[in-house]
Design a protein. Sequence first.
Length: 85
Amino acid sequence: MSKKKFFSEPESKKILVDILLGLKQLVKAGIIHRDIKLENILYKDGKYKISDFSFSRIVSNFQTELLYSQVGTPLYMSPQILKQD
């Protein structure tokens, strides 16, 4: 049986910061990823990076287009998208 690996608090913070910085850059570029999930986070050269932009979309109005964007992995979709609120 393999031993489970848990990230330390500093490691967890670094992962979160790297992902949030990546998302910030996407927002600046007007891009919605639409499929953020564990499988789409890669580790390379000491950084965690967002990958798989097959569902991504360039948008001009985040408020309108975020709520009507219904693609991605349902398990990772927000309740608002799934309920179409």
